[in-house]
Design a protein around this ligand. Structure first.
Ligand code: T4K
Length: 396
């Protein structure tokens, strides 16, 4: 507990946490069950290439989400690349810039031009009214991102896509086990893509999945995942190697089984952050719709510098010194990263809310490695910073 300004680690005091708290600390499922499954994989000597654990994982995901097809892949990025190719996207695709850079890269990697659209400053997802002005004769699709697990305005995007004959895909990397109007994310648009990276709600160490109700997209995605093979020695198209292996699938099954416990912890931590943060003027916690299923995997703050009196980056600096490795996702926005910065040097002017959010957002640690006491201590630091803003904001 800090009582004097000199107690802060930025001024030479002892950090609150010696063991650092990371955003994105993985949740580990039931270890006994996992190790038994890994033993089974090793005993069977079937380690990859459409094995029984992979098939079981795909079946369970498809059932949970109520979709016809789940194609598990090596990671979310290659899942996006495959879904984009299977949906036949070319030319230009409209995409938010306020996202992890993989969303934009998955397009440009295939010589498709990502056209950055602004997000709505409240929902952090595509601003549907603004994006319609970006549609040109070269536009073939929209790639929305359900950021933080909060769904895009799906109904409106479906209308726009239908009216302009565009494909509609979703990067659902954050949105596993989340719902929109009571239906699970996964079944919307032409296809949706999840990430099962170590830092995600459900993880397979590295991994991802394309989910779709479209038989053709599913068929082509399976081909593309496995070099284009349709049989032992016949190849029907170009393809890549995007297979998920058996141990990853076994980890995925164990992680699916562990979802209720992880969700309970995420929700508990979120509520604790929410209670603690309530009275700090200038800081607001990004909210989740309680009437929908959510995974509460991201605890996201918005820092209003004019109200609190210090910048997001000054707060971040204090937290890092105290051992809280908060992250400023998704700073600075894809459009300010290469090669997009050089390709579109002026696009920032049309991305007002994106630029603002890149200045304001801060993601805090949660998950099973974070307890309520830790949350209280993290919030105590933030409160202390808010009440000593003059000294901290003048620090050089
Ligand atoms: N679309 C969206 C919207 C995404 O957010 C992502 C990935 C993708 C697409 C692509 O999906 P994948 O191809 O990754 O499946 C991390 C993750 O690597 C990335 O998966 C994730 N989004 C992104 C939001 O976060 P970095 O560059 O921040 O990673 P890094 O190494 O800094 O680690 C993040 C934090 O997690 C650190 O605080 C350390 C902690 N950590 C990480 C790992 C891997 C651990 O404590 N243990 C671990 O094993 O991207």
């Amino acid at each position: 507990m800090k009582t004097r300004i000199e107690d802060l680690a930025i001024f030479g005091g002892q950090p609150v946490f010696r063991e650092k708290f990371h955003v994105g600390r993985p949740n580990i499922g039931n270890r006994q069950r996992l190790l038994a499954r890994i033993d089974d994989v090793l005993d069977s000597r079937w380690l990859t290439n459409d094995g029984p654990y992979l098939q079981e994982f795909e079946r369970r995901v498809a059932k949970l989400l109520g979709v016809r097809h789940c194609i598990a892949v090596a990671n979310g990025t290659v899942g996006l690349e495959i879904a984009i190719r299977a949906a036949g996207l070319t030319g230009e695709v409209i995409v938010p810039s306020f996202t992890f850079v993989a969303t934009a890269h998955s397009l440009l990697w295939q010589n498709i031009t990502p056209v950055f659209a602004d997000v709505d400053e409240h929902t952090h997802t595509l601003d549907v009214a603004k994006l319609q002005q970006l549609i040109t004769p070269r536009t073939t699709g929209i790639l929305g991102v359900h950021l933080w697990g909060r769904p895009c305005q799906i109904d409106r995007l479906v209308e726009v896509a239908r009216d302009h004959h565009l494909r509609l895909l979703f990067d659902a990397a954050h949105a596993f086990a989340c719902s929109y109007n009571g239906r699970m994310i996964g079944g919307f648009g032409d296809a949706e893509v999840f990430s099962f990276h170590a830092t995600k709600f459900v993880n397979t160490l590295e991994g991802g999945a394309i989910v779709t109700n479209d038989d053709k997209i599913a068929h082509d995605s399976r081909l593309f995942r496995n070099f284009g093979f349709t049989d032992y020695d016949s190849v029907e198209s170009v393809g890549t190697n995007a297979k998920m292996n058996e141990i990853e699938a076994a980890i995925g099954i164990t992680s699916l089984e562990g979802m209720p416990e992880v969700l309970a912890v995420n929700k508990r931590n979120y509520m604790a952050y929410s209670d603690e943060m309530m009275e700090i003027e200038g800081i607001s916690l990004v909210k989740y719709n309680e009437n929908e299923a959510g995974n509460y995997q991201y605890v996201v703050l918005e820092i209003d510098e004019t109200q609190i009196g210090i910048s997001r980056d000054q707060l971040l600096d204090v937290l890092h010194h105290e051992g809280v490795l908060a992250r400023r996702y998704f700073f600075p926005g894809c459009h300010r990263m290469e090669p997009y910065r050089s390709l579109y040097p002026d696009v920032g002017r049309q991305l007002r809310s994106t630029e603002e959010l890149c200045r304001r957002t801060l993601v805090l640690p949660t998950g099973t490695s974070v307890g309520v006491r830790d949350v209280k201590e993290i919030c105590e630091i933030i409160r202390f910073v808010a009440s000593h803003k003059d000294v901290i904001s003048n620090r050089r």
